[in-house]
Design a protein around this ligand. Sequence first.
Ligand code: FES
Length: 72
Amino acid sequence: MSESARITVCPQGPLLVRGDFEVLDADGNRLDTGGSVALCRCGGSAVKPLCDGTHKRTRFDRPRRSRGGDSS
Ligand code: FES
C-alpha cells in the first residue's frame, strides 16, 4: 500500500513533499524524487521547481500558518 502524499510548509523555506506523488517538468518528464522532495517556495532557486538552499541566503520569510484550513 502506498503512502498518500503529504506537503509540509517549512518556515522560511521550501515545501517538503513526501509519499506517493510525481513531479513533472514543463515538458511532462518525470523527475526522479525518490519519494521526497523540497519544492522552492521563495522563487530564488536556480534549479526550480526544486529548492537549492537559496532561501537561506536571501532570508526568505513568510508566515508559518495559512489564513484558513485545518492544521491537523
Ligand atoms: S525555497 Fe529553497 S531555494 Fe527557494
